[in-house]
Design a protein around this ligand. Structure first.
Ligand code: BGC
Length: 247
């Protein structure tokens, strides 16, 4: 069965129809750059353009890079602050005409990884972390998600963890892989003290380059790269829509 997935990111808004039983896109995804400023109206307009590109009319799952509860955004670390308090589900539904579920981007990516990717069949405590513009997190206990964890905002060396270890700082500060991995390692160490996970799944754009930095990471838990790469958010969003709007 097909549902539509949208992934709203800091730089692009991407979407595609998804076969939620297979965990695969059924058409090539379509991307439009995120408007600047990334205010709710403008973002919702772009989401509607992506959806219209496929002439899609059914339910839509949509990720958002912030805390989202019952469709309302409660934070806005890497998007326009006017999102705080906005009901994204209602806003996007008003532009697209379809039913909408909105969820945190890392939660969506985690849902896809657990079902079809690196977390498939894994019980115990699994932490999925996405390294990109920020650090996203999702934690699963025996396959069940605890939504809206914001581990990237934990303080490490008196800074938000994501302000030191997000992937973008490796490029912005021209850090070597080793130097950047040291920051990631510190963050993972804190996660281990607090949660004693059985498995870390490392996602985000850098997961494609895991061979460059996994060798510098030392964790007690097993650590593996994400498998779904770029499509995890879209697929997880569509899966969330399938769950909420089962026909
Ligand atoms: C946000 C999270 C989001 C992560 C990745 C963080 O800045 O607070 O909600 O999951 O970035 O986009």
């Amino acid at each position: 069965m097909e549902f539509f997935g949208i992934d709203i990111g800091g730089s692009g808004i991407k979407g595609a129809p998804v076969d939620v039983q297979k965990g695969e896109l059924t058409a090539e995804r379509y991307r439009i750059p995120t408007p600047e400023p990334s205010v709710p109206e403008a973002v919702a307009e772009v989401v509607a353009q992506v959806v219209q590109n496929f002439k899609w009319q059914g339910p839509i799952g949509c990720t958002f890079p912030a805390v989202v509860k019952n469709g309302v955004a409660y934070s806005a670390a890497n998007v326009d602050a006017s999102w705080i308090g906005t009901n994204g589900e209602e806003l996007i539904a008003s532009k697209t005409g379809g039913q909408v579920i909105m969820l945190n981007d890392a939660d969506a990516a985690g849902i896809a990884e657990m079902e079809f990717g690196a977390g498939q069949g894994r019980a115990g405590v699994v932490i999925v972390l996405t390294f990109g513009t920020g650090i996203g997190s999702a934690i699963f206990v025996d396959g069940r998600l605890v939504p809206n964890t914001e581990f990237g905002h934990m303080e490490v060396r008196r800074k938000d963890a994501e302000h030191r270890a997000a992937a973008r700082f490796r490029t912005e500060e021209a850090l070597t892989w080793k130097k950047w991995a040291k920051r990631v390692n510190e963050f993972l160490g804190r996660m281990e003290v607090l949660f004693s996970p059985d498995l870390f799944i490392i996602g985000g754009g850098v997961s494609r380059k895991h061979e460059e930095f996994f060798k510098f990471l030392k964790t007690r838990a097993e650590i593996v790269p994400a498998k779904m790469l770029n499509d995890a958010g879209i697929i997880g969003a569509a899966m969330a829509a399938a769950q909420r709007f089962k026909l």
